[in-house]
Design a protein around this ligand. Structure first.
Ligand code: GCU
Length: 644
């Protein structure tokens, strides 16, 4: 292999004949998925003999598995063939992370039924907010020619338990639902099926009008309902295990049921009814906001909570982790837990739209965990976002989790070698939201690079510090959305466009003036705090109790406000920005010392990306501080680096 990062975390080396003769891999089934599980173990497993069987009575395992190692033999048991495949990958993961495989007693049950990637891939192969090259899907060649990367993609996903993929952008082209494209999608679905992955599509709500020539797409009209039913039936004729639709409606200019005076529930239910006979699901997004007088952070809650109970049971409301838009740090969206009779799911963003694209090393598992572990208090203490969405607080027919993929055609799939860790970590948390960010980082490093502790420890630490570093050099203390307009790379807190949408202007979010800085979302301000349950509402509402890492999210704070460490707000802001810069300077040193452990190509790749990251961090710090200083009129503390 020329080292180019293309093998991801799947660096298993084939066993030699001698090793292979020492053990057997037995199975009692001959379906394609079980065969694949056997093939993976036949090729790469160095441990004791393994036997695999499906026990239909073990339904509680869902897609999970049990692994028992006794008397020199390993048994994998699952309720479905795909569980055996996941069990096989579990063994290989243990092998490559140096675990003892001779005494195992493992039971793994996935946290969510549907563990999904959302590709924001357009049909012209550009990727919205994608930073790893063009789309993997070569629509112009499909269905005739099949890139080997389709199968590699499926294998990588199966190895971490991802079982669903939405192939096209949420800003969906209606064309994806033409027969031409359905046949292309079928070709991909046929490859993915063997890896336990179901295909979903983003649907454009206007499709009946655009494709079907109907006068409108009103979800209450029979012709429109019939059009969708027929379309869905057509899809299932070609793709019998089609998963369903993801829909962005009445959001950022996309069409939707409100165009006809109907509700989100009317729109979602029409699609749900068409999918129901086939067992399909609708993921209906709650990412809705308009340029009104109302705080953008409040709008999803306001629109969706009144519809609680109106949705069919095969609809799941897909909610971004934070109320604005995948910022470096946001509180969780208060809609989680606010709809007791409506299934909800989290949407994360793996692609780093707001985190330095594929140039910055930012390990996202701590961000994912922060949301999943956040307590909504919707049903008393301990009602975390994880538990609100995994069916353990309120029963739901199917549970799900989604994240916007960072995958493209680049040789290393994700642009930055370390961005592979974010794909990996998302999959592992979708499988088990109780895993720790640090443990996931460690197993990823050992599989992707080396298990030498001289490498694993410093790299794990760097990864674990990286998200907070980015928060610090971009927008510390609860600042948000002060990005350069539109492309979102780099700072532009001064950005303003005459006549532009106010809710797309940075000043809307930071509100800096001579008195202070921050968005007043307290009861005296937009009152977004009222959407949170007690005790959060009071905690966030009071400047003294509000967590300082969200202070400027909820409060407009005077420059001379005293922080817990005794500094003024201004001094602490300067300190945070500078700390972010110093942390990534340190990452450069850490990485340089690790040169002996890494192949030249990946070493240099990461080294050069860290240079960009450090330059960008300085740019962020200097730009933001010099701009905010025009309001604070205060000096940058002497002990910090001078702006350049
Ligand atoms: C962000 C992103 C858009 C995307 C949107 C969405 O606003 O910038 O490119 O379409 O989120 O999630 O729908």
């Amino acid at each position: 292999y020329a080292e180019d990062g293309s093998r991801l975390w799947l660096r298993y080396t084939a066993v030699d004949d001698h090793t292979a003769r020492q053990r057997t891999i037995n199975l009692q089934h001959s379906d394609a998925i079980t065969q694949l599980a056997k093939k993976e173990l036949d090729s790469y497993w160095r441990g004791p003999s393994v036997s695999m069987h499906v026990d239909r009575k073990a339904a509680h395992l869902k897609e999970g598995y049990q692994i028992k190692a006794e008397k020199g033999r390993i048994e994998i048991c699952a309720a479905a063939p795909v569980g055996l495949l996941y069990g096989a990958y579990h063994l290989l993961r243990l092998q490559h992370t140096g675990a003892d495989v001779h005494s195992l007693n493992v039971e793994e049950i996935p946290s969510y039924d549907i563990r999904m990637l959302n590709h924001w891939d357009n049909l012209d192969r550009t990727v919205e907010r994608g930073y790893a090259g063009y789309s993997l899907w070569r629509w112009n060649e499909l269905p005739g020619k099949l890139s080997p990367r389709y199968e590699q993609y499926a294998r990588a996903n199966a190895s971490i338990g991802i079982n669903a993929t939405v192939l096209n952008n949420v800003n969906a082209s209606p064309e994806i639902l033409t027969l031409d494209y359905i046949l292309k999608v079928k070709a991909l679905a046929d490859i993915f099926r063997k890896y336990g992955i179901r295909v979903y599509l983003s649907a454009n709500f206007s499709s009946p009008k655009v494709l079907g020539g109907l006068v409108d797409a009103d979800p209450m009209r029979k012709e429109v309902k019939d059009w969708w039913k027929n379309k869905v039936n057509e899809i299932y004729r070609h793709i019998p295990d089609f998963g369903g639709f993801l829909v962005k409606a009445n959001s950022e200019g996309q069409p939707g049921p409100q165009d006809y005076g109907r509700t989100h529930a009317d729109g979602a239910n029409m699609l749900a009814d068409a999918l129901r006979p086939h067992g399909g699901t609708v993921m209906w997004r709650a990412f809705v906001y308009n340029p009104t007088q109302e705080d953008r952070a409040k709008q999803a809650f306001q629109e969706f909570v009144p519809l609680d109970g109106d949705f069919r049971d095969n609809v799941i409301i897909q909610i971004k982790n934070g109320p604005i838009d995948f910022q470096p740090r946001e509180p969780f969206t208060p809609l989680f837990g606010a709809m007791r009779r409506t299934p909800q799911m989290v949407e994360f963003q793996i692609t780093q739209e707001y985190l330095g694209f594929s140039n910055h090393l930012v390990y996202l598992a701590p961000l994912f965990k922060e949301t999943l572990d956040a307590d909504t208090y919707c049903s008393g203490a301990g009602s975390t976002v994880a538990r609100v969405t995994d069916g353990s607080i309120w029963r739901q027919k199917k549970t799900a989790i989604a994240a916007v993929a960072n995958i493209g055609e680049d040789r290393n799939w994700t642009g930055h070698d370390f961005a592979q860790a974010n794909w990996y970590a998302y999959g592992r948390l979708a499988w088990n939201h109780q895993l720790s960010a640090s443990a996931i980082a460690e197993e990823w490093i050992m599989q992707t690079f080396t298990d030498s502790s001289g490498f694993v420890k410093p790299v794990r630490q760097m990864m674990m510090d990286s998200r907070e570093a980015a928060v610090n050099y971009m927008m510390p203390l609860g600042l948000h959305h002060i990005f350069a307009f539109n492309h979102h790379y780099g700072p532009e807190p001064w950005g303003d466009i005459q006549g532009g949408r106010p809710d797309w202007m940075p000043w809307y979010y930071h509100n800096a003036d001579t008195a202070g800085i921050g968005f007043d979302r307290t009861t005296n301000g937009s009152n977004a705090v009222s959407q949170y349950n007690e005790p959060l509402r009071s905690v966030f509402n009071d400047r003294q109790t509000c967590p300082e890492n969200l202070l400027l999210w909820f409060h407009h704070v005077p420059w001379d406000h005293q922080m817990k460490n005794g500094r003024t707000l201004w001094a602490e802001l300067c300190n945070r920005y500078d700390l972010g810069v110093q942390t990534v300077r340190e990452f450069q040193k850490v990485w340089d010392r690790l040169e002996p452990f890494v192949d030249k190509s990946r070493f240099e790749h990461v080294q050069s990306k860290l240079k960009i990251q450090t330059k960008d961090a300085v740019w962020w710090r200097d730009a933001c501080l010099l701009y905010f200083q025009t309001f604070s009129q205060l000096p940058i503390p002497y002990e910090l680096e001078r702006p350049i």
